[in-house]
Design a protein around this ligand. Structure first.
Ligand SMILES: *[C@@H]1O[C@H](CO)[C@@H](O)[C@H](O)[C@H]1NC(C)=O
Ligand SMILES: *[C@@H]1O[C@H](CO)[C@@H](O)[C@H](O)[C@H]1NC(C)=O
Length: 337
C-alpha cells in the first residue's frame, strides 16, 4: 500500500471510538503494544482469536517456553518446540516477538545449580545456552531479555548461581554471546520494581552506565511493571526514571505490565486500576525512547497473579470472561496522551 494511504488508513482506524491498542501505539510513534502468552492457553479458541488480533497486540512474548527449564532441560539437549510454536503464531499474525529470557536464576533447569560448576565451566555453559537459544531464533526476535532480574531491592547484585560463581561479568558475557548469535536483536536487561526512581533503579542505571563504558552490547532496559492498584510510584517519578535510563543512550520498554488488586474487584478498585494503567502507559508515551508496552497476558483468566499472591488478582485489562475492563480505556487514554 502507498505509505501516505497507509497512514491515512491508520489515522482513520485510531480516531474511531473503538481504537485498538497496537494501532494507537503505532500512531503515537511507539513500535508496538503487546502481550505475553503461554503455550497451554492456545487451545482456548476464543482466547486465541483475541490474541491473534494484531490491532490490539502487535507483539507477543512467550511467558514460559523460552526459559532455561524449557529450552535446555538436560545439559546440551535443547528443546525449542514450545518456543517455536509461539514464534510461528506471531509470524502468522504479523506480530513482533520479545525473547524471554537467556539468563535467570528462577525457572532454571535443575542441572545448572546442582552441578556445582566452577567459574570457567559455568561461564561456558551460560555462553552455550544463550548463544544457541538466540541463534536458533535469529532474525525472528525484536528484543531479547538477555539477563533477567539481576538486582536486589537495595540495588546490589542478587546472589544467584551465575553471580556467585562468575561475578558481575556474567552480565557482560551473556550480552556478548547474544550479540554474536543475532546481531539484529535488541539486547535488554529486565527487572521489576524499577518503574520509579529507587535504589534498585539506581543499581540498573549504574550497571548500564558501566556496560556502556566497556562498549558491551546493551540496547535496552526492560521494566517489568508488576504493580499494585493504588500503590504506584507517581507519574513524575516513573517518567523521570524512564528519562534517566534513556539518557544513557538505551531504549526502555515496559515488558510485563499488570496491576493487581484484592479480589473480588469493586467498582472503585476497577476505576483506580484504569487510572493506574493510564499513568504507566502515558509515562512511556511521553518518553521518546520508550519503545513499547507489553502486558503480562491480557485476560485475568490466565494471569499468574492469583497463583502467587493469595487474595489478589484481576490484574489485567480483560476479565475472566475475556471482556474489556475499564483498564482497557485507561491504556487507550495513556497511548493517546
Ligand atoms: C520438548 O518440549 C515439548 C513442549 O514442552 C514437550 O512436549 C516435549 O516432550 C519435549 N521433548 C523432549 C524430547 O523432551
Ligand atoms: C571468573 O572468571 C572471570 C574470567 O576469568 C573473572 O573475570 C572473574 O573474576 C571470575 N570470577 C570469580 C568469582 O572468581
Amino acid at each position: 500500500m502507498h505509505s501516505k494511504l497507509n497512514s491515512l488508513v491508520l489515522l482513520v482506524l485510531v480516531t474511531a471510538a473503538n481504537a485498538q491498542l497496537h494501532l494507537l501505539a503505532r500512531a503515537t510513534g511507539k513500535q508496538y503494544f503487546g502481550t505475553a502468552t503461554d503455550n497451554p492457553e492456545l487451545v482456548d479458541k476464543p482466547y486465541l482469536k483475541q490474541l491473534s488480533n494484531n490491532h490490539d497486540f502487535g507483539q507477543i512474548t512467550p511467558s514460559n517456553s523460552m526459559k532455561w527449564f524449557a529450552t535446555e532441560p538436560v545439559q546440551g539437549k535443547f528443546n525449542f518446540t514450545g518456543a517455536e510454536e509461539i514464534v510461528k503464531l506471531a509470524k502468522k499474525n504479523k506480530q513482533l516477538v520479545r525473547g524471554h529470557n537467556c539468563v535467570w536464576h528462577s525457572q532454571l533447569a535443575d542441572w545448572v545449580e546442582s552441578g556445582a560448576f566452577d567459574n570457567v565451566t559455568l561461564t561456558s555453559i551460560m555462553i552455550k545456552h544463550c548463544y544457541t537459544l538466540v541463534k536458533h531464533f535469529k532474525g525472528d526476535i525484536l528484543q531479547w531479555d538477555v539477563v533477567n532480574e539481576p538486582f536486589n531491592e537495595d540495588g546490589t547484585f542478587r546472589s544467584t548461581v551465575f553471580y556467585d560463581t562468575i561475578g558481575e561479568s556474567y552480565i557482560e558475557t551473556a550480552l556478548r554471546s547474544a550479540r554474536a548469535a543475532d546481531p539484529s536483536a535488541k539486547l535488554y536487561i529486565n527487572d521489576y520494581n524499577i518503574e520509579g526512581l529507587s535504589p534498585k533503579s539506581t543499581g540498573m542505571l549504574n550497571l548500564v552506565k558501566s556496560l556502556k563504558a566497556k562498549r558491551a552490547p546493551i540496547d535496552g532496559i526492560g521494566i517489568q511493571g508488576h504493580l499494585i492498584v493504588g500503590q504506584l510510584p507517581s507519574f513524575d517519578s516513573i517518567k523521570s526514571n524512564l528519562q534517566a535510563f534513556t539518557n544513557l543512550g538505551v531504549d526502555v520498554a515496559i515488558t510485563e505490565l499488570d496491576i493487581r488488586m484484592p479480589t473480588p474487584p469493586t467498582t472503585d478498585s476497577l476505576a483506580q486500576q484504569k487510572i493506574d494503567y493510564e499513568t504507566v502507559v502515558k509515562a512511556c508515551n511521553e518518553v521518546k525512547r520508550c519503545v513499547g508496552v507489553t502486558i503480562w497476558d491480557w485476560t485475568d483468566k490466565y494471569s499468574w497473579v492469583p497463583g502467587v499472591f493469595t487474595g489478589e488478582g484481576a490484574a489485567l485489562p480483560w476479565d475472566d470472561d475475556l471482556k474489556k475492563k475499564p483498564a482497557y480505556d485507561g491504556i487507550a487514554a495513556g497511548l493517546r496522551g
